[in-house]
Write a protein that binds this ligand. Structure first.
Ligand code: AMP
Length: 221
């Protein structure tokens, strides 16, 4: 099953994807994570992407799309994937449709995690991410047992460099400009499921899993 998680930064896409990946046994592919890995290993791609990421704007479509299509060639994606952070605009959505079509495939479900702005700001300004395993924590809402240490693997928790209020605002503006055409694109294809993501994590997860189940049932008929 090919799933896309759509939504503003701070909607909980990464958090939901981490649980869904285990529940559905599908790889979690986050373009943001792949880009950050490239930045920290100072690859050519990382060097090109860093400036954009620091400003909170999109890395050029061709760079990200090429990177994603490379990732989708890996054998762990044959049963499907959970895509987080791609597509970010209509051009990317079309590129993905095209690449999948060439393999006789299509996106199955798109979850639009709709979140209000005050919640986004509150989540992102307090977000802590494990440098080793990528698990997300929150200073107030989900603090680790030991300060700045990951409960999961003992790794160091840090704040993402783009989770500063000024960059968050820039990222939100970029998001708002591109999201409507994306929503319309997937709505027109009958793939879009809108989920209110201001709710607790488990509530959001259960809604997603219900939709997945319903979709799987519809395929059996
Ligand atoms: P994220 O982790 O999804 O919030 O992404 C962090 C940053 O990586 C974004 O602010 C962009 O600069 C860049 N990025 C991630 N995914 C994409 C994408 N699909 N297209 C362009 N830039 C992206």
């Amino acid at each position: 099953m090919r799933i896309i998680l759509l939504g503003p930064p701070g909607a909980g896409k990464g958090t939901q994807a981490k649980t869904l990946t285990t529940k559905l046994n599908l790889p979690h592919i986050s373009t943001g994570n792949i880009l950050r890995q490239n930045v920290s290993s100072a690859t050519d791609l990382g060097k090109q992407a860093k400036g954009y990421m620091d400003k909170g704007v999109l890395v050029p479509d061709n760079l990200v799309t090429q990177m994603l299509l490379e990732r989708l060639k890996a054998p762990d994606t044959t049963r499907g994937f959970i895509l987080d952070g791609y597509p970010r605009n209509l051009n990317q959505a079309r590129k993905l449709d095209c690449a999948l079509e060439q393999k006789g495939m299509a996106v199955d479900l798109v979850f639009y995690l709709d979140t209000s702005e005050p919640i986004i700001i509150q989540r992102l300004t307090g977000r802590l991410v494990c440098k080793t395993c990528g698990t997300n924590f929150h200073i107030k809402n989900m603090p680790p047992k030991i300060d700045r240490v990951c409960d999961n693997c003992g790794g160091k928790l840090t704040q993402r460099s783009d989770d500063k209020e000024k960059t968050i605002k820039a990222r939100l503006e970029v998001y708002k400009k591109a999201v409507l055409p994306l929503i319309r694109h997937y709505e027109a294809k009958g793939k879009l499921q809108r989920i209110i993501s201001d709710k607790p994590q488990d509530t959001v997860l259960n809604k997603i899993l219900q939709c997945v189940e319903k979709y799987n049932d519809s395929l059996k008929v």
